[in-house]
Design a protein around this ligand. Structure first.
Ligand SMILES: [Zn+2]
Length: 114
């Protein structure tokens, strides 16, 4: 049994296209390898646009989500973040006093400093 030519991979990787093609002209084994590679390239080309599309869609979605969060978050922080009482009202349904925070307070609700 004739030994299979193993040059294809080396030629494909290291040699230029001309050398590879010259060898392909005279080597049946490598022609088969080349056919396989062509098939793979075809498949890649077939799949590539779909794959790219698939990848970019969620990416755009992610960017849109981040932008949306930034706009909504930024707007609400701008309005609410500067007003602690409003933040408390939103979080707890009422404005919190120092006592509610767990600080020691006197009977007037002022912070008790010892
Ligand atoms: Zn060969």
């Amino acid at each position: 049994m004739k030994e299979r030519c193993t040059k294809y991979e080396a030629l494909f990787t290291f040699a230029d296209a001309k050398t590879l093609n010259e060898h392909l002209q005279e080597c049946e084994d490598c022609q088969k390898e080349q056919a396989k590679m062509d098939r793979v390239s075809e498949l890649i080309n077939e799949v590539k646009p779909f794959y790219k599309k698939k990848r970019t869609a969620p990416h755009h979605l992610k960017v849109a989500c981040i932008l949306f969060a930034l706009v909504i978050g930024g707007a609400s922080i701008g309005v609410v973040g500067t007003n602690q009482d409003m933040m408390d009202y939103i979080k707890y349904g009422e404005t919190l006093s120092a006592e509610d925070y767990g600080f020691p307070v006197d009977s007037y609700g002022f912070l008790l400093v010892e």
